[in-house]
Ligand binder design. Sequence first.
Ligand SMILES: NC(=O)c1ccc[n+]([C@@H]2O[C@H](COP(=O)([O-])OP(=O)(O)OC[C@H]3O[C@@H](n4cnc5c(N)ncnc54)[C@H](OP(=O)(O)O)[C@@H]3O)[C@@H](O)[C@H]2O)c1
Length: 355
Amino acid sequence: MITQATDQRMVTEVVLPGVVAPEGLQIRQRPVAGPRAGQALLAMEATGVSFAEQQMRRGKYYDQPPFPFVPGYDLVGRVEAVGAGVDPGLVGRRFAALTKTGGWASHVVVDAADLVQVPDAVSSADAETLVVNGITAWQMLHRVARIRAGQTVLVMGANGGVGSTLVQLARSAGVRVIGTASPRHHDTLRHLGATPVDYRDPDLWAHLRELAPDGVDAVFDHVGGEGILDSFRLLAPGGTLVSYGTASTRDDAGSSRMPVLKLVARLFLWNLLPNSRRAHFFNIWAGRGRPDAFRARLRADLGQVFALLADGVVKAQVAGRIPLSRAVEAMRLAESGTVTGKVVLVPDPASAPCS
Ligand SMILES: NC(=O)c1ccc[n+]([C@@H]2O[C@H](COP(=O)([O-])OP(=O)(O)OC[C@H]3O[C@@H](n4cnc5c(N)ncnc54)[C@H](OP(=O)(O)O)[C@@H]3O)[C@@H](O)[C@H]2O)c1
């Protein structure tokens, strides 16, 4: 059953055809497909550029699908139609979804069970900045590091999408934050409540030690590579290293999986040592084998983040709003090293308005 006709309208989508420069992204149109049983068709109101797409266009994301495919890790959209077995009352309502791929399209079919409601008070572009970023940051802070008020943490890449969310969520929990970023972002970080440090400073770790002489309670490290040892060494006794990426190997030749596997093996070994510190690799998709529990956790955590956004405790960091068909420009901007927060893709003017 489809509760609303999907007629002959066309989907506009962005295709990643292979390992290409941003200019190699292609725009494709095809007829809108109706949702099948258990699914909902969303008219996209906002999607965005994550680091994952930067890795995918280089063929360097851990488990990306074979080319060609439509990238897009998450989106916010309004339900246009639902398939059999889905509440018809969802039609017309606005939801967020974590998709890993497929979000860069004017219309996206998702499993209805994966939809997370977006508060009315929040714009779609603002909500979009906190879907993958909010879930990742919330779960790392509260489910892995289990931060408490009065603690001190180090956030690497604190101007990025996940990083700026980590800073704000940690500050809202009463935690002192030291954040690494290029100097051009330092004023913004101060404004978010973090103490900024330049990650290219050759004396970075000595400066961090001055700022936290007894070590920090948690480090959130998406950089990986050899520097991960410095992150671990900066921990205070009882502290937690949360490693969640290998950004430093994005441009390296070779396997997309090896840097992650090496990193995970290293963290595993450190946990065997009697050093009173813990090391975790966070993966947002862990636990997917038990879909009900996975979805319940994701819905609860993203719900908390959206509530903080609606209350003004967390501010969306929208680095730019760019129409979908100008995805090349969006990708270039996201990779420019000049932005704070997330570059958001919105519908092209002719397709649908963005709230
Ligand atoms: N494990 C998971 O489940 C999971 C989930 C979501 C995201 N992630 C990871 O989270 C990280 C951030 O993602 P995002 O979407 O927030 O990215 P983003 O918005 O593009 O931000 C990336 C940040 O990393 C910094 N950076 C880039 N390359 C670096 C390097 N070689 N050394 C140090 N810093 C570097 C950037 O600094 P500049 O602005 O100065 O370039 C920026 O602050 C990525 O590594 C991504 O893979 C992991």
